[in-house]
Design a binder for this molecule. Sequence first.
Ligand SMILES: Nc1ncnc2c1ncn2[C@@H]1O[C@H](COP(=O)(O)OP(=O)(O)OP(=O)(O)O)[C@@H](O)[C@H]1O
Ligand SMILES: [Mg+2]
Length: 229
Amino acid sequence: MTDDTACIRATALTFSYGKGPNVLDIPEMTIRSGERVFLHGPSGSGKTTLLGLVAGVLKPTPGSLEVLGKDVGALSSPARDRLRASHIGYVFQMFNLIPYLNVRDNIALPVRINADRRRRLDGPVDEAVTEAAAHLGIEHLLTEKVTRLSVGQQQRVAAARAILGSPELIIADEPTSALDADRRHAFLELLFKNVEQSGSTLLFVSHDMGLADQFDRPLSLPELNRASA
Ligand SMILES: Nc1ncnc2c1ncn2[C@@H]1O[C@H](COP(=O)(O)OP(=O)(O)OP(=O)(O)O)[C@@H](O)[C@H]1O
Ligand SMILES: [Mg+2]
């Protein structure tokens, strides 16, 4: 495969928080379009940091990271936000739900504010929200405030929000950590179905190595990262 098919390509990617030591020093990493990658590494090894750079929440140095054909380090903060809103579904490790919105409005938010993602829905927003929520077993919670949900319920709201509108790249940071086996299975089924239907790339972080077989390949961050001790 040529580099044209890369969804994510890092070259000499380094990152530190403020004046601290390098958290990441990755000479080379390529994730091809349509790949489903299982990223793992010990706690504190920089997985969330790497996802933050890919999603444009953190700013890489120019020329070091290309995502969906864009040099994200060369983009302004609003341009990185637009790239994420249009093309990236992100299940954050801490969920980042909007506390004053109910479950339905949290799930619907990315497709309501972004026309690209809305266009990729088969039908009305409300139907898509209800369908995803039903699959994840949270349809009875759609009118609840998210602050009243259990951690596992919040995680499923975050998952539904990331998948809706079939973004080209789905990033999921330990999205199943608070789910029981049945919920985990239902979520992975929905995730893989969406990814297959839309040909999306999936970058999935988990400590649960038992899930790795379900992905195209595992990726060990400590093996990629020269900054890891
Ligand atoms: N906002 C921040 N400011 C300063 N240092 C940070 C910040 N976020 C993370 N770090 C540091 O960067 C390193 C990598 O953290 P990161 O959250 O990326 O690890 P992780 O692999 O996702 O860990 P976990 O499996 O526990 O989620 C850690 O040493 C952490 O202390
Ligand atoms: Mg993390």
